[in-house]
Ligand binder design. Structure first.
Ligand SMILES: *Cc1c(COP(=O)(O)O)cnc(C)c1O
Ligand code: SF4
Length: 358
């Protein structure tokens, strides 16, 4: 029986798709008419990898999918931004682990992704083999083991689901054996960029480690394909709540119609929007930045206008390592001793009397 490479769900098929990835600008389709020499300078600094599944989602040069995965000269010509915008290195007690908040840590366990997003805030690191090693994983695990206040471990990278099943099992198993670790979270773009990775064998492994949460990352409604839907269904059917961390990106999803469509479609594949991030101020990504007012406008256009389940927290991650802060559109127009003047989603004003509610 022949296996369709795109819908196949064997262990071999996702590895095969990944092995056919394009990593050199010269190998991109001729129809893109790229400047191969110029873009090679970009990829010498920031690696490129586009697997055939994600490449296949591009309809034309410059569309929302193209912009996320195809290198752009502005990555090296525009110097705005910071190498490490969230000061992850400064808050890192051992390499590859960031301990910013009291009860939880960010733990990088893979340096590879199924596609290198051009807007990645960890652009300085992804795709470099030295970023995560057996040694850094070992050190990270022993840091978590000896710091009992850590109750939530967020596995990230790179993409944790690019590890082989055995390696992933080993790490999850060690974490689960630490009694103070209450929940494990995985941040992964695989359901979007390489949904074939979510095999029944993988979900059988993951479901042994509950409570396990996954936050995935979709940025455009065209990424929600039947393959992505199947991957998410398998994860949710394995009892794993799925959230989505979308990044607001100029030229990709920075308009109301696209964002509303994306959020609604996520719910149809059983993914609950979690965060909508203002793009971080990472060097090499400034062509994706949007004004802060745009994110607020988008949240106002969602809240009340469509299901509350569609509305993520709009958040900025403070440069320098201050952490995530949610931003809300202004609904309270006036605060007085006896009440509030409040604007609803249609912009109509209502008085809310505090006395009456006592
Ligand atoms: C984002 C992040 C977390 C998780 O934050 P939540 O708001 O709990 O999702 C934890 N640690 C670091 C360093 C982070 O950047
Ligand atoms: S999948 Fe995540 S870590 Fe990997 S390149 Fe994209 S944004 Fe960065």
């Amino acid at each position: 029986m022949s296996k369709n490479i795109i819908t196949g769900n064997t262990e071999a098929s996702w590895k095969q798709i990944l092995s056919q990835s394009i990593t050199r600008p010269d190998s991109l389709p001729a129809s893109f008419e790229i400047d191969g020499a110029g873009l090679s300078e970009v990829t010498a600094r920031y690696p490129m990898l586009v697997n055939p599944y994600y490449l296949g989602l591009i309809r034309q040069k410059g569309d929302a999918i193209y912009r996320q995965c195809i290198p752009d000269m502005r990555e090296i010509t525009n110097q705005a931004g910071l190498e490490d915008p969230l000061n992850e290195e400064g808050l890192s007690p051992v390499p590859g682990l960031t301990h910013r908040y009291p009860d939880r840590v960010l733990f990088l366990i893979s340096s590879r992704c199924a596609m290198y997003c051009r807007f990645c805030n960890r652009k300085r690191k992804v795709g470099r083999a030295s970023m995560v090693t057996r040694e850094t994983i070992r050190e990270g695990l022993s840091y978590i083991q000896s710091n009992k206040e850590i109750r939530d471990v967020l596995l990230s990278g790179g993409d944790p689901l690019l590890l082989g099943n055995k390696e992933l099992f080993g790490i999850l198993n060690e974490l689960r054996n630490m009694t103070h670790v209450e929940i494990i979270r995985i941040g992964t773009r695989v359901p979007c960029t390489l949904p074939q990775r979510v095999t029944p064998r993988l979900t059988n492994i993951l479901k042994k480690f509950h409570p396990l949460y996954i936050n995935t990352h979709f940025n455009h409604p065209r990424e929600i394909t039947p393959e992505a839907g199947l991957a998410c269904r398998r994860l949710v059917d394995a009892g794993i709540p799925l959230g989505c961390q979308t990044v607001l990106l100029k030229g990709v999803n920075d308009d109301m119609a696209t964002m509303k469509n994306l959020m609604r479609k996520l719910l149809t594949i059983r993914v609950r929007p979690y965060y909508l991030f203002q793009a971080d101020l990472a060097k090499g990504t400034s062509h994706f930045w949007t004004p802060l007012s745009q994110g607020l406008k988008i949240i106002s256009g969602l809240q009340g206008h469509t299901s509350g389940l569609c509305v993520p927290h709009f958040a900025i991650d403070l440069p320098g390592g201050g952490g995530k802060v949610p931003l809300l559109p202004e609904y309270v127009m006036e605060t007085k001793e006896d009440g509030l003047l409040i604007k609803n989603y249609l912009g109509e004003e209502y008085r809310y009397s505090i006395q009456e509610t006592e």
